[in-house]
Every structure is written in structure tokens, then in C-alpha cells.
Design a protein around this ligand. Structure first.
Ligand code: NOJ
Length: 774
């Protein structure tokens, strides 16, 4: 903390809160950056810093009336943006009345400064507002949708994407992002699968931590960091039938093994806030779950940040059938451990009365207020409430070239090559004509996908048509036609087909830019079919008759069912929604200036009837037998193989990699010791490339049944043509641990299988025995 902060804090402690209310942001920020005043942060121990903060907050809270305290617990949306069903028009009046602690859906330096000024100058205590926003995969510069980013398996790049998002958002007055979403999702019907990091616990946990590091940086008091929020706690991704907001019901073991680890890791990583989920979990809505919030999160895991609900999820306790009315709902939620009510105004309406009636202890309100004030303090808002609303920084950082370059790189890394028969890709850059066809070929609007925060959807995004033209100029002929529509109601129509077929007839190859419209994934975007929406497949079938090489650039925020496409097309590139720089990145991949290296983080089923399908299922007592064996009375479908179309971890490259010499450091390992696993990976193709080397483990027999494989490590390596590298992993007891029959966590002696390979399907395997050390 610098001296200016100490000085201002002591003035405030001395009761001179009016000083803060009276000073303009400029004055405060000038004082905060005077070099002479700067005292190294290292000189003050965390304990001393905390002691100062506690003294400051104690003093402030002593001055607060119950109404003022309750005010801090309310988060209301501004009318700048709207991300939910309701809107409270008079939020400015509420700020002025000291009835709001935080505002969301507000950004830009000017706008946030204006609202902050009301809070600071026009309320009795001048307590600054906290500004939250959904900065999910970029703020202005938009990166690929989160599921796409996860397919890069590049934790450094993912952290950097979150860092850039924080730099841009904080320069526009945002203090707090509602990200990362750390929900494990295994049902692609659920539209929000696009917001997460896929189906696997190990990978999603690493990605959650990387995103938190990126958003929060090293020090929350740096003006380019924002508070992160682990959401949606808990098990929202397991909504029954993939229908958004639907019920979740699961065993405690499944909850702890699959859905909670990323949340627990978020606490360990120091995440500042948690958001409750909309769903009911095992009969108790998550926003009123004493077990999830008080017992587990706060008591057991020691979370010391604050818990916000999702949008009106306290009010929704009534239709859930859990609360009699909103008054009861507010009581249940705060007593369960909720600290802040997002948009529902249930605390706003009922909290003071609940305290007066003795149904809510004032201590509980105090605890919630303290948690919120602490975050405001850590951000430095009491020192300078306007420090984030900085027009100069906004101008400097928003859409900075460096950010656009990082977004291009991330987009390339996220793309997954699903098929590439006869090396159809990459395309040559001259002496070629391309028919570029599809509703996503020249649609700026779609490029940045859903939850794209403050990203410009209409001007900036580079479309495929633009990106390809920019790359190849006149040396390649581009014959563009939209041809088809992704709108659901276009099924059956063939308008546009004629032009597309003509363009295809004039061309050597057909590049299809098809998939889902941007808002077909994200919140409230569940689907019962995972096919290409609209008349896109019908057009593909017509074009197929021309017998020309066909390449699909797929844009989607979820796994889709691509059985026809896989059988009939020559190449398929999953590009997700690549972000602001979409067209540049796709063109680089199509023409081979970037060699794809992405790997799926969600299984692609053959048909929606296989869902939920994920790689780490259990074996069952009657597993499907290899080809040729008797299959009756086996765990399988009559009509479809059990295997997915494209498994978890799968993705091709323009080169090829060979795995050899899987070696374990020992055949027998004693509990507490580690095991070295090594494998040689050789680039056997004709160009350099990157490969994600994946390590999986199976515990063959346990006190409870164990999955057929579980990811326990990965390395992204780069190999020149002909180069070989030995990749080494170390397995520890922790990697072999799980929730045992009695729900204790640990490893069990016995036989294990280790798999290393290029996907969850394509692996080498070896075995070892774990023995007790007793
Ligand atoms: C509802 C969504 O579920 C949540 O993820 C989001 O952060 C809030 N709305 C705020 O927009």
C-alpha cells in the first residue's frame, strides 16, 4: 500500500468520510500515483495490510445503519446492457439512496465514473460502488468462445487471454468479471457448454486456475486486475436432459468427483467471489443451500470472498417450491450463506425487516457486508473510487494491436482439425479457385459468439471472406455465395442453392462455412438436436453431387452430430466462434500458415441419442466386446456403436506424430512414492507441428468402481519435421486418489493402467502396481 492510501484510509478511519465523497476522481488518482509517496508493497506484511483493512472496515461499519448495510448487499443492473429477464428502471435513484452496493452491465470510463460519482458524492457515507460485468472470453477484443479456448490446451495462452480481458475491462471501469464459468458439462444439448472448459475434471480445473490468475493478476490493487467469480456453484452443468435451468440430481460421490473440484481449486487459487447456480441440486436450490455455501464453501474450504447469486435466483426459490414467498426466500438465502443478491431486490425489500423480526441475525448481515467491503478495499476503491474509470487507459488499451494479435493466435490454437482426407488441407495459395459457401462465410455478427461482453459484433469482426481475401489477394479466385441459412425455420427451403451450386461449379474446391448461429449456444439456448440447423445439410448434399473436394469450416459452441459430414466431406475444421480476428485466423489455418494443434475437450457424439457421452465413463459389468464377439446382452445400442464420432482429446495436424517407447520408471510403486512415465513422440510428417501429449490412468479395481480412463497430465510440445522428443510425466499418490467407498479421499493399493497418446482413444498402455507403505 502506498502512503497516499494509508493517509486517506486513516482520514476515513478518523470519520472524515465526507473527504472521500468530496474529492473528484482526478484528485484522488493524482495523489495515489505521486512517486514520492510510494512505499514498496513488499515492506508491509500481509498481516499488517489485513490489520489496516480490518480497522478501516470496523470503523466504517460502526457508522453504518442497518439500511446502509443492507444497501451493500444489492447488485442491480444498469440499463446499459441487459443479461436477464428483469430490469429495475430506477437504479440511479437507488444508488443515490444508498440502497445499492454494486452495479452490473455498466462499462466505459465515463459511464461508470458518472454512476460512481452518485455513490461517492450523494450518499451519506460515500461508499464506492463495485462494477461487475460478464467478461467471459474477452472484453472488447474478443477471443474464441471458452470451449474453443479450452481446445488449445494451452494454459499460458488461456491465462493471457483472461489477462487481456481484465486489462481492457478494468480500463473501462469494470472491477469484477462474472467469470470463469467452471461448470463441468457433459451434455452438448445444454447451450452453456460453450462457456466452460469441457467435460474433463483435470483439464477444466487447470483452465479454471489459469483464468483466475489471468483476471486477478498478482495483486487486486493493481488497476489492471479484476475480481474473478467462480460460477455457477454448483452442478449447473448437469441440468437434466440438457435443458437450461433444469434440476440436477446426483450422488455425493459424483458431485465431489466431477463437479466440485474446479470450484475447490478456484478457492485455492484465491478467487474473490462465487456465484450460485440457478438449479436445484438434490432437492435444494443452490442459491439457498446451506450445505454448499456455509458448510462446504465457507467453513470447509475457507473461502473468504463473497457469494453473489445468479440473476434473480433468490426470487426463483418460490417457483422452485422451496420458499413460500420472496420474504421467505431472502431469509433462506442469506442464512444459507449468500452475501449479495443479483438483481432480485429480495434483500433490498426484505432484509431490514427480517433482521428486525430476528429471522436473520444482524451478525450474518455484518459478515456479508464485511466480505463485500473487503473486496472494495482490496481493489483500492476507498483510496480512489474512480481509479478504474480511466479514459486515457481506455483509449490506450481497448482493441490494442497487441491484444488483437493475441486474439488471432488464440483463435488459431483453438481450432480442431477433425478430418483431413488425402491432405485436402492446407490449400495452395495460387492457381486455385474456391467456392466459399454458407451463412457463416461473411457474417460479422456471428464471429464473436455468445457472451461476448462489450465486443463489437457489427463492424470489427473479420469474416472468413475478408480474411481469405486479405491473405490471398488476386492469386486465388474466391466465388462467394451465402447459399443456405442456419435459421431453424429455413429447413425445407432451397432458395439460395442455385447460386451456390453455380459458384461451386466454377471452382476447384468448395469451402463451406456452416454451423450454428451465434445465439444458438450460451444461456437459454438448449437444443434437442445437434444437427446442422436450417437447410445447410440439404445444400451440402446438393453440392456433394458435383464431386469436388469439400471442406467444412464448422462454427459452433458445442459438439455437433456430424455423421453425414464425416462420411462425405474431405476435411472438417472446428473453428468454434473464433472472435474478433476470426477470418484472419481461419485463413491462416486453411492455407497452412498455421498448423492446427487443437484437441477436443468435449466428446462429439454420433447421434444425440448417445448423450451424455464422455470418455471417462465406467466399464459396466457387461462392456461391449471387440468386433466379432457375441454382442447380445452387452451394454450397447442396437443402432449405433458405443464410440463417439470424435473422442475427447482428439484433433489432427497437417503433420503426423508417432508415439513409441512408453516406459514406466517401475512396475511396483509404494504409496507416497512417485512414478515416472515417459514416451517418445516423433514428428513423422513433412512439416513442423505441435502436439498435445496426453496421460491417462485407470485404477483397475477399487472399493468403488472407477472410470475406464482419467486424464492426469498433458504437455503441449512442438516438433520440427523428423524431430523426436521424450516427454516425461510424474505420477504421484494424489494423481491416483479418489473418493473411496467411505468418501475419504486417497489412493488404494492395486493394479493401475497408464495410457499415453494423442487422444483419449489413441494410446499406448502399460501397467504398474501400487503397494501399501504400511
Ligand atoms: C445469468 C447467467 O447465468 C450468469 O452466468 C451471468 O453472469 C448473469 N446472468 C449476469 O449477466
Amino acid at each position: 500500500m502506498n502512503t497516499a492510501k494509508t493517509l486517506l484510509a486513516s482520514l476515513l478511519i478518523g470519520g472524515a468520510l465526507g473527504i472521500l465523497a468530496g474529492c473528484s476522481g482526478d484528485v484522488a488518482s493524482e495523489a495515489a500515483t505521486t512517486p514520492d509517496n510510494i512505499e514498496s508493497e513488499q515492506e508491509k506484511s500481509p498481516i499488517r495490510q489485513d490489520a489496516e483493512m480490518n480497522a478501516f472496515i470496523d470503523d466504517l461499519m460502526e457508522k453504518m445503519t442497518l439500511e446502509e448495510k443492507v444497501g451493500q448487499l444489492n447488485l442491480l443492473t444498469s440499463n446499459w446492457d441487459r443479461t436477464g429477464p428483469t430490469m429495475k428502471e430506477d437504479y440511479k435513484k437507488d444508488i443515490r439512496a444508498g440502497r445499492v452496493g454494486a452495479i452490473f452491465n455498466a462499462f466505459t470510463a465515463d459511464y461508470t465514473r458518472g454512476l460512481q460519482k452518485i455513490a461517492v458524492e450523494e450518499t451519506r457515507l460515500g461508499i464506492p460502488l463495485l462494477f461487475g460485468y460478464d467478461v467471459i472470453h474477452g472484453h472488447r477484443t474478443i477471443f474464441p468462445v471458452s470451449i474453443g479456448e479450452s481446445a488449445s490446451w494451452d494454459l499460458g495462452a488461456i491465462e493471457q487471454a483472461a489477462r487481456i480481458a481484465a486489462i481492457e475491462a478494468s480500463a473501462e471501469g469494470v472491477h469484477w468479471t462474472f467469470a470463469p464459468m467452471v461448470d463441468i458439462a457433459r451434455d452438448p444439448r445444454w447451450g452453456r457448454i460453450s462457456e466452460g472448459a469441457g467435460e474433463d475434471v483435470f483439464l477444466a480445473t487447470e483452465i479454471a486456475k489459469a483464468r483466475i490468475r489471468g483476471f486477478q493478476g498478482d495483486d487486486l490493487s493493481d488497476t489492471d486486475t479484476v475480481l474473478a467469480c467462480a460460477k455457477h456453484y454448483a452442478a449447473y452443468g448437469a441440468a437434466q436432459a440438457g435443458r437450461d435451468y433444469h434440476t440436477t440430481d446426483m450422488s455425493e460421490r459424483e458431485l465431489f468427483s466431477t463437479y466440485l473440484p474446479p470450484f475447490e481449486a478456484a478457492v485455492e487459487e484465491g478467487v474473490a467471489t462465487f456465484m450460485t447456480a440457478f438449479n436445484d441440486l438434490n432437492g435444494v436450490p443452490a442459491s439457498a443451500s446451506n450445505y454448499l455455501l456455509n458448510d462446504l464453501l465457507k467453513d470447509q474450504w475457507g473461502f473468504d470472498g463473497f457469494v453473489v447469486t445468479d440473476y434473480t435466483s433468490i426470487n426463483e426459490l418460490v417457483p422452485h417450491g422451496y420458499a413460500r414467498d420472496e420474504n421467505h426466500a431472502a431469509e433462506l438465502a442469506i442464512n444459507a450463506g449468500v452475501d449479495m443478491d443479483m438483481q432480485g431486490a429480495t434483500f433490498y425489500e426484505h432484509m431490514s425487516g427480517l433482521v428486525e423480526e430476528g429471522r436473520v441475525a444482524e451478525d450474518r448481515v455484518d459478515d456479508a457486508v464485511r466480505r463485500i467491503l473487503e473486496m472494495k478495499y482490496r481493489l483500492g476503491l476507498f483510496e480512489d473510487p474512480y481509479r478504474y474509470s480511466n479514459k486515457a487507459r481506455q483509449q490506450e488499451f481497448v482493441y490494442k494491436d497487441e491484444h488483437l494479435r493475441a486474439a488471432t493466435e488464440m483463435a488459431k490454437k483453438s481450432m480442431v482439425l477433425l478430418k483431413n482426407q488425402n491432405d485436402t488441407l492446407p490449400l495452395r495459395k495460387n492457381d486455385l479457385s474456391i467456392a466459399l459457401i454458407g451463412p457463416l462465410a461473411d457474417s460479422k455478427e456471428d464471429m464473436i459468439g455468445s457472451w461476448s461482453a462489450a465486443g463489437d459484433r457489427y463492424e470489427r469482426p473479420v469474416t472468413l471472406l475478408e480474411g481469405i481475401r486479405e491473405k490471398v489477394g488476386d492469386s486465388v479466385e474466391i466465388n462467394y455465395a451465402k447459399g443456405a441459412s442456419y435459421e431453424f425455420d429455413s429447413k425445407g427451403s432451397a432458395s439460395g442453392f442455385k447460386e451456390a451450386i453455380e459458384k461451386a461449379q466454377q471452382s476447384d474446391v468448395i469451402v463451406l462455412a456452416m454451423g450454428e448461429k451465434w445465439n444458438m449456444t450460451g444461456e437459454a439456448a438448449s437444443r434437442t438436436s445437434l444437427d446442422m440447423p436450417g437447410n445447410q445439410l440439404a445444400l451440402m448434399k446438393e453440392l456433394k453431387k458435383l464431386n469436388k473436394p469439400m471442406i467444412l469450416v464448422l462454427m459452433s459452441g458445442r459438439p455437433m452430430t456430424l455423421t453425414w459430414e464425416d462420411r462425405n466431406l474431405d476435411a472438417i475444421l472446428e473453428a468454434w466462434y473464433p472472435g474478433t480476428m476470426a477470418g484472419v485466423a481461419v485463413a491462416d489455418v486453411l492455407f497452412g500458415d498455421y498448423n492446427p494443434s487443437g484437441k477436443l475437450t468435449s466428446t462429439f457424439p454420433r447421434t444425440v441419442g448417445q448423450v451424455p457421452i464422455y470418455y471417462n465413463m465406467k466399464n459396466t459389468g457387461r462392456p461391449y466386446e471387440p468386433e466379432g464377439a457375441e454382442q447380445k446382452y452387452r451394454s450397447r445400442y442396437l443402432s449405433t456403436p458405443n464410440e463417439p464420432l470424435y473422442p475427447f482429446g482428439y484433433g489432427l495436424s497437417y503433420t503426423t506424430f508417432e508415439y513409441t517407447n512408453l516406459t514406466l520408471g517401475a512396475d511396483t510403486v509404494t504409496m507416497g512414492d512417485t512414478l515416472t512415465v515417459s514416451v517418445d513422440v516423433t514428428n513423422t510428417g513433412d512439416r513442423s507441428g505441435e502436439e498435445v501429449v496426453q496421460l491417462y490412468v485407470r485404477d483397475v479395481t477399487g472399493s468403488v468402481t472407477r472410470p475406464v480412463k482419467e486424464l492426469k497430465g498433458f504437455r503441449k510440445i512442438s516438433l520440427e519435421q523428423g524431430e523426436r522428443k521424450t516427454v516425461e510425466f510424474t505420477l504421484s499418490e494424489e494423481d491416483l486418489s479418489f473418493y473411496r467407498a467411505d468418501m475419504s479421499y486417497g489412493a488404494e493399493p492395486g493394479q493401475f493402467t497408464v495410457f499415453v497418446g494423442s487422444s483419449s482413444r489413441d494410446v499406448l498402455e502399460a501397467g504398474f502396481k501400487l503397494v501399501s507403505n504400511k
